[in-house]
Design a protein. Structure first.
Length: 266
């Protein structure tokens, strides 16, 4: 029985993986899980706002808060800059993840698997933090701090609000900034894969532009960006470990007979 079932399962899995069905299932499950976590924190406004105020106090002591104000003032000095960074915030996130993900999936599958795992692991870490430590973004700070931050999306171009269903927006997921962390992973993936001047330039410029975008739009503190960087790099490091030692773990979990048949069939 096992001799017939295991190869059949293996062939089915390889076909589903090849055409992307498995990836769609993974993304779908991750999306549903995010929605559930979002529901846990949506009513914790006071807690999220209080934590954001403490971050402002910490950034004031570190001298970061004044730089955030200067960065937003520079962007708001030009309508063009406002629209540029508003659009970077929106379209250099999930749309760019999809585009680069498809490119890696079809042309650089090994790199795709590594970055996919890094995204899933860092996303899982982020969801845990969002639930345990919900944090409001700068744009939702109460008065008088609200006078120092402008929600550029709301004030100049509501593209981010109009394109997302309200039920799937987590307003208290400022810490860590996965907007920046995931963009950093994309940049690393591009540099690692392309390895020429244009790839390196794009891989460096893209996260730098996203850094300005997340701060200048009032969606994240600088400390959120730092936390997002750490979470993303931890996810990447753990993804490397999964890639290197994953087969050994499966060898320990699965019976030797089944493992050998799966390895032979793939």
């Amino acid at each position: 029985m096992v001799a017939r079932v295991v190869p059949a399962i293996s062939r089915t899995y390889r076909f589903a993986s090849k055409v992307g069905v498995v990836e769609l299932l993974i993304v779908g499950v991750a999306f549903v899980f995010y929605y559930l976590v979002r529901g846990f924190v949506v009513e914790r406004t006071f807690e999220a706002t209080s934590r954001a105020i403490r971050i402002v106090e910490l950034e004031q002591r570190l001298g970061l808060w004044v730089w955030e104000s200067k960065m937003q003032a520079w962007v708001m000095s030009s309508d063009i800059l406002v629209h540029v960074f508003n659009n970077i915030y929106v379209y250099a996130h999930f749309p760019l993840i999809i585009i680069i993900g498809l490119w890696l999936f079809f042309f650089h599958r090994e790199r795709y698997v590594l970055l996919r795992n890094a995204f899933l692991i860092s996303g899982g870490i982020g969801l845990i933090i969002f639930n345990l430590l919900p944090t409001a973004p700068p744009r939702l700070l109460p008065w008088p701090l609200s006078d120092q931050v402008v929600d550029t999306m709301f004030a100049f171009s509501r593209v981010n609000y109009d394109m997302q269903p309200a039920a799937f927006v987590n307003h208290y997921a400022a810490m860590p900034s996965l907007h920046f962390g995931w963009n950093l992973l994309l940049g690393i993936g591009i540099i690692w894969t392309v390895r020429n001047f244009f790839g390196i330039a794009f891989g460096v410029t893209m996260p730098a532009a996203m850094f300005v975008a997340v701060v200048a739009t009032g969606n994240h503190f600088m400390l959120d960006v730092l936390a997002g960087t750490l979470v993303a790099l931890i996810g990447l490091g753990l993804a490397f470990l999964v890639q290197r030692y994953g087969p050994r773990l499966w060898r320990l979990i699965l019976p030797d007979r089944i493992f050998k048949r799966l390895a032979h069939s793939t």
